[in-house]
Write a protein that binds this ligand. Structure first.
Ligand SMILES: Nc1ncnc2c1ncn2[C@@H]1O[C@H](COP(=O)(O)OP(=O)(O)OP(=O)(O)O)[C@@H](O)[C@H]1O
Ligand SMILES: [Mg+2]
Length: 176
């Protein structure tokens, strides 16, 4: 009888790995904050993160985690409701933007937002779906928050561009 061919293990490098998307279930505010810290620890200046999701879905909680992960005191974080933009200055310079109260895109020119895209700041944008596409940089990390229950959120992260893919991969490997 001819010998059966030996089955070689599937080569590691051929494993299909999804490298530009990450879906997480977060079961408490502290899990949302920890996820933010995981991202925050890997941030470099110039990164842009868009945060999209209905009211109360965890966007600000995530930002608090990011701020903590970059080495700042997270207690300073609240929604920058009346100012549109709140700066946090520490090891990194962060701009926390909340566009909930933006009524028309023409108002954006007066917010000073454009200046934060010069590469010196990390920019985190709540209600980024209100930002016209032309305002988005070529490379950013998109995070969608879904309210799946009183104590449950589903988060879908998508890297747009190589730089954000690097950030996402680093954060994913840290959380393994
Ligand atoms: N994974 C989670 N599970 C349960 N509750 C959460 C989770 N993440 C955050 N929360 C809670 O949800 C509430 C709303 O969170 P948060 O303010 O971060 O939402 P938001 O998306 O910023 O809302 P808004 O659109 O009003 O700015 C807070 O009480 C927060 O503690
Ligand atoms: Mg908020």
């Amino acid at each position: 009888m001819p010998a059966l061919p030996t089955v070689k293990p599937f080569p590691e490098h051929m494993a299909i790995e999804q490298t530009d998307a990450w879906t997480l279930a977060l079961a408490s505010p502290s899990q949302t904050e920890n996820f933010g810290s995981t991202i925050g620890r890997r941030l470099e200046k110039g990164a842009v993160i868009t945060l999209v999701g209905e009211l109360g879905s965890g966007k600000t909680t995530f930002v608090r985690g990011v701020v903590l992960g970059t080495g700042l005191n997270p207690h300073v974080v609240s929604s920058p409701t009346f100012t549109f933009i709140q700066e946090y200055i520490g090891p990194l310079m962060l701009a926390h933007v909340d566009l909930y109260r933006l009524e028309q895109s023409e108002e954006l020119a007066d917010t000073g937002l454009a200046e934060y895209f010069n590469g010196d700041f990390v920019v985190l944008i709540e209600w980024a779906d209100r930002l016209p596409a032309a305002w988005l940089p070529d490379d950013y990390l998109s995070i969608q928050f879904l309210h799946t229950g009183k104590n449950a959120r589903l988060v879908q992260v998508q890297a747009v561009g190589p730089r954000s893919r690097g950030l996402l991969q680093a954060a994913m490997s840290d959380s393994r």
